[in-house]
Write a protein that binds this ligand. Structure first.
Ligand code: BGP
Length: 478
């Protein structure tokens, strides 16, 4: 194993060719959300109505990507995750193409390559076109057709410019924020059956896009990005806590991993999904012809993007639904207690961020080893998001984000341990490349290597950027 050095050497090393990247998403960085021919998404009016924060100009990436790519080059960041805004390409979601939007991404990919920064490209990152959103989004099967057609257009248009494609960003986050936690536009709460149905339909859309990519013979690789969190029972000896952890695992992890790697659902996955769907009074529509398509795609899927920030500790819960999202950074206000599923709790002694996200880096290790054991046909994993939301302070022109460095260092250590056990991981992207707007938290939750002064749009490399540069150059953590 190239990453495991003999005893007495300076410690394990990431393999040659490993990607050390930074992540972005179109709607969170680009700005220019209502210009250059871009069509509307549900977020536009939702955020305007809320009046808390605006997605314009965000980090003004639309006009400043050259500057950000130059920073990547200077700081040894050799990969960037970007998403294509569907409504820059098809302003209405289908039909008429916007040539200016198409050209924008040609220019962006070309700039990436000229800086030696590999673009990892996602055609959908929470930004479904408004007409499709209004027609029921992915609960409406027409959106599956529209996505497959849009994805095929992108593969054809950018063939040879993009090597790494991922279909969706975080199907779970899309589904839970729409139908369980209610924090995305149109948000509904505790609609378990809709959440499961959305997950299934998006996995079918993923499979359709994967097959279109392979059948088209386009160069490159394709996979899905799932947001995964290891679920631990709070009391490992309590069968009720174990059941709660299993319920949440099926909801967030196992259903999507089964769909990704098996193309269908294992009997225990299906049994739990159907039982939980019934809690909110619904049934799942999973057709045999869907599974045929998904099984075919599962065989040719090239890699899995894993987004992972935290794990969960679960306790049994028999109360009413009680869901409150911490979108402000006032520590201790988050509540996730879901009837029929379980309740999320903190484990004494384990730290949390100001947004109540649990910091438990071993969770990443347990997750990766689980994937390798449960889905031995996985080919490769890329960590497509991991990072720490923090209230960074600019003091005397510098940002000392030591807690973020500590967070990333610990996750990289556990990542290397998983690789030593044989988990095949090809890259690590920190969320996020530069500070950017957070969907439900706005601008005080910063994640970037590069501080963005939102008044001037000036970029200031944080301590973590200097630290990561050394990691990327030496391929060693310390
Ligand atoms: C992931 C999303 C990103 C990003 C990140 C941080 O779920 O893919 O788009 O936002 O989480 O989340 P948040 O901004 O809510 O802190």
């Amino acid at each position: 194993m190239t990453y495991s050095d003999p005893i007495g050497s300076p410690g394990p090393q990431f393999p040659e060719g490993f990607i050390f990247g930074g992540s972005t998403a179109a709607y969170q960085v680009e700005g220019e959300t209502r210009t250059h021919g871009k069509g509307k998404v549900a977020w536009d009016d939702y955020l305007a109505d809320q009046g808390r924060f605006s997605p314009d100009p965000a980090s003004d990436f639309y006009n400043r990507y050259e500057q950000d790519l130059e920073l990547c080059e200077r700081f040894g960041i050799n990969g960037i995750r970007v998403s294509i805004a569907w409504t820059r390409i098809f302003p209405e979601g289908t039909g008429q193409v916007n040539p200016e939007g198409v050209q924008f991404y040609h220019d962006l990919f070309s700039a990436c390559h000229s800086r030696g920064v590999e673009p990892f490209v996602t055609p959908h990152h929470f930004d479904t076109p408004l007409p499709l959103f209004e027609a029921g989004e992915f609960l409406n099967r027409d959106t599956i057709d529209a996505f497959a057609e849009y994805a095929r257009f992108c593969f054809e248009e950018y063939a040879g410019e993009v090597t790494y494609w991922t279909t969706f960003n975080e199907i779970w986050a899309d589904a839970t924020n729409h139908y369980i936690e209610g924090t995305f536009p149109g948000g509904e709460k505790a609609q378990l059956h809709k959440c499961f149905q959305c997950e299934h339909n998006m996995m079918l859309a993923h499979a359709r896009a994967v097959l279109a990519f392979k059948e088209g013979g386009y160069p490159g690789k394709i996979g899905a990005i799932q947001s995964l969190e290891y679920k631990y029972p709070l009391d490992e000896n309590d069968p009720a806590d174990i059941a709660a952890a299993k319920n949440e695992d099926v909801l967030q992890n196992q259903l999507l991993l089964d769909a990704t790697f098996r193309g269908d659902y294992a009997p225990d996955t299906l049994e739990i999904a159907q039982r939980l769907a019934a809690v909110s009074g619904g049934e799942l529509d999973i057709r045999e012809e869907d599974l045929d398509i998904m099984r075919a795609a599962a065989k040719v899927n090239d890699y899995l993007g894993v987004n992972n920030y935290q794990c969960r500790f679960l306790k049994a819960y028999d109360g009413e639904n009680d869901l409150h999202h911490n979108g402000t950074g006032e520590k201790g206000i988050d509540r996730f207690r879901l009837a029929g599923v379980g309740k999320r709790v903190n484990k004494p002694g384990i730290p949390t961020t100001d947004w109540d996200w649990i910091i438990y880096p071993k969770g990443l290790f347990d997750l990766l080893v689980r994937i390798k054991l449960q889905y031995p046909n996985y080919k490769q994993i890329i960590i497509t998001e991991n990072g720490m939301g923090y209230k960074d302070a600019l003091i005397d022109g510098f940002v000392d984000d030591a807690p973020r460095i500590d967070y990333v260092r610990q996750h990289l250590r556990w990542l290397l341990k998983a690789m030593e056990l044989g988990v095949n991981v090809g890259g690590y992207f920190m969320w996020s490349l530069q500070d950017q707007f957070s969907w439900t938290n706005g601008y005080n939750k910063r994640y970037g290597f590069f501080y963005v002064d939102y008044e001037t749009q000036r970029r200031i490399p944080k301590a973590s950027a200097y630290w990561f540069k050394t990691v990327a150059e030496t391929r060693r953590i310390d």
